[in-house]
Write a protein that binds this ligand. Structure first.
Ligand SMILES: [Zn+2]
Length: 253
């Protein structure tokens, strides 16, 4: 399979970085979009893709840089000359909230018909910590702490991808969770890790200066993404694989 980063930035990154969304291409050529932020219309096009090229989409959590392009994606596939529904994978509570709190306002009333999420997507909700299989690739959801306050938690759900001969972990948005990452590094060949590089630490993302404290053996498996440009860091000197650049592809056996 191939993992392509169509963007590597965050909500606050430079316009040309695009948001951190990825396209997984299975050996047979089918494509799964991991998160669909408000930049996706542009980032997909810059990578030579359009909604018609996609087979499925996974949603990690409900921030705009991960779901802001879903209304466009839903309408593009629904009103296509060849209408079809992409498969939508997400943790089950995230999927319910995605419709009720984010998409319903723009997608509920279309012409004379009252629409639901399943009118646009083939829903495939997954239990927290559960698995799904797409194109012979097994995906395991891992709850990642992102934002919590007295009103509740806004977790993200990272993904462990198990292909033929490789295990890849994508954190999606997460705070710094060193014990979890050290444990994950024992079984994963590569880790793509959320990495904040801004001078102001939001504490809802792992910051580079926190990630730098991980053991060398763990850092040697980590590629950093979801960063802000103009930072002073040198990942190779600190033992990381590096910062993923926009458009970078990873071939996985
Ligand atoms: Zn987020």
């Amino acid at each position: 399979m191939k993992i392509k980063f169509i963007g590597v930035g965050s909500q606050f990154s430079g316009l040309d970085q695009y948001q951190s969304n990825m396209v997984i291409t299975a050996p047979g050529g089918r494509k799964l979009l991991i998160d669909c932020g408000s930049d996706a219309r542009f980032s997909l096009a810059e990578s030579g893709m359009c909604p018609a090229d996609l087979d499925a989409v996974y949603v990690s959590h409900l921030h705009g840089d991960h779901i802001g392009g879903l209304e466009w994606l839903a309408l593009s596939t629904y009103f296509s000359p060849h209408p079809r529904r992409l498969t939508l994978f997400s943790e089950e509570r995230t999927m319910a909230s995605l419709w009720e709190h984010s998409l319903r306002g723009g997608l509920h009333c279309i012409r004379a018909k009252e629409m639901e999420l399943e009118d646009y997507f083939l829903r495939h909700p997954v239990a927290a910590g559960g698995t799904f299989t797409w194109q012979e690739i097994r995906f395991t959801l891992c709850r990642m702490p992102h934002i919590a306050n007295s009103a509740g938690c806004h977790d993200s759900h990272g993904l462990l991808l198990e292909a033929k001969d490789a295990r890849i972990f994508i954190t999606t948005d997460t705070q710094f969770v060193p014990e979890f990452i050290e444990k994950t590094a024992e079984c994963a060949d590569l880790i793509f890790h959320d990495c904040e590089t801004s001078p102001v630490k939001t504490m809802v993302h792992a910051h580079y200066e926190q990630l730098r404290t991980l053991p060398a053996a763990v850092k040697s498996k980590i590629w950093l993404y979801h960063y802000q440009e103009g930072h002073p860091y040198h990942p190779a000197e600190d033992g990381f694989r590096g910062f993923v650049v926009k458009g970078q592809e990873f071939l996985v056996p």
